[in-house]
Design a protein around this ligand. Structure first.
Ligand SMILES: NC(=O)c1ccc[n+]([C@@H]2O[C@H](COP(=O)([O-])OP(=O)(O)OC[C@H]3O[C@@H](n4cnc5c(N)ncnc54)[C@H](OP(=O)(O)O)[C@@H]3O)[C@@H](O)[C@H]2O)c1
Length: 275
């Protein structure tokens, strides 16, 4: 694959898979970034469903070198078509945040219309997609975050906003689904808010406190071509807004990915500017 734009999750440097391969062997120097939009330049023997020259978007293997590069080898099943009317910088912002939100809400959270969702970190990369997808699915969404994020989260479609710095989480009352991207005390206290039959899903590691009468799911996002296609389609027709804060060239990636100021969305690295 020729990479046109790459996405990066700030916690990648903490993941064991960034530094070791599946057999536990040192794989440094590692190339970071696992999201990409680009063009297929060659196909491995037996590959079906893709063609050379096709625009694609996808999520690459955690244990292998990533997408902050000009070229990367990617399993075909990890890629979905990227239509010509979606910018590579937008496409590269979708795989991790979009698939995490999708899988947490619909697969693990079993969300149905009319349910109440507590979306933590709602202005962030994952939370932003959680709010929009849950709202579109007919849920009542309560977003949480920093005080400065209130207007953004309500604009994304949340019905209420809770400032975790000053509002009491317990005042939320009961919810059917907690989507946790923060962990720690917020995760623990959220367990008590889950109504009987509800769930708390988390993407930041195993939860200590469990809902008294509900499910708890700790998961890692997986690539899924069909789900990624659904997410891309929603961006195309305006049902889902991408959350890109900064676009920087590959030469400036180190500085761009280590910002001195608070981010307001994802940082995307534009590797090649021809579409
Ligand atoms: N398991 C998986 O498959 C998976 C997939 C995707 C992401 N993740 C993990 O999920 C986490 C979130 O990822 P992301 O990309 O959405 O990060 P992000 O863009 O930084 O979003 C997190 C949001 O939560 C806010 N926040 C964090 N702690 C808070 C607190 N104590 N009070 C109020 N607001 C708080 C952040 O605000 P500030 O920026 O001000 O802190 C930010 O707005 C990361 O740890 C990431 O590694 C896991």
């Amino acid at each position: 694959m020729q990479v046109h734009a790459a996405g990066y999750v700030p916690t990648e440097v903490e993941w064991p898979s960034t530094w070791k391969d599946r057999a536990g062997r040192d794989r440094t120097p590692s190339i970071l970034g696992h999201e990409l939009a680009g063009v297929v330049t060659a196909l491995g023997y037996g590959t079906t469903g893709l063609s050379v020259g096709q625009r694609v978007v996808g999520l690459t293997d955690w244990h292998r070198d990533g997408t902050l590069a000009e070229y990367v080898a990617v399993e075909a099943r990890n890629l979905a078509p990227l239509p010509g009317d979606v910018e590579p910088t937008v496409g590269a912002s979708l795989p991790i945040s979009g698939l995490t939100a999708w899988q947490g809400l619909f697969q693990h959270g079993r969300l149905e219309a009319g349910r109440t969702v507590l979306a933590h970190g709602a202005a962030g990369a994952v939370g932003n997609a959680v709010v929009q997808l849950a709202r579109e699915a007919g849920a009542y969404v309560i977003g949480t975050g920093r005080a400065a994020d209130r207007a953004k989260v309500l604009d994304l479609g949340a019905a209420e906003f809770l400032d975790l710095g000053s509002d009491a989480l317990e005042d939320v009352g009961g919810v059917d689904l907690v989507f946790d991207v923060i962990g720690g005390d917020v995760q623990r206290r959220s367990a008590r808010l889950v109504r009987p039959g509800g769930a708390r899903v988390t993407v930041v590691g195993p939860a200590e406190a469990r809902p008294a009468d509900g499910r708890t799911v700790d998961f890692v996002v997986e690539s899924d071509r069909a789900q990624l296609g659904e997410i891309v389609q929603r961006v195309r027709d305006g049902r889902l807004r991408a959350n890109v804060d900064t676009v920087a060239p590959l030469d400036d990636a180190v500085a761009a990915l280590n910002p001195t100021e608070r981010r307001h969305g994802k940082t995307i690295i534009s590797v090649r500017d021809d579409r």
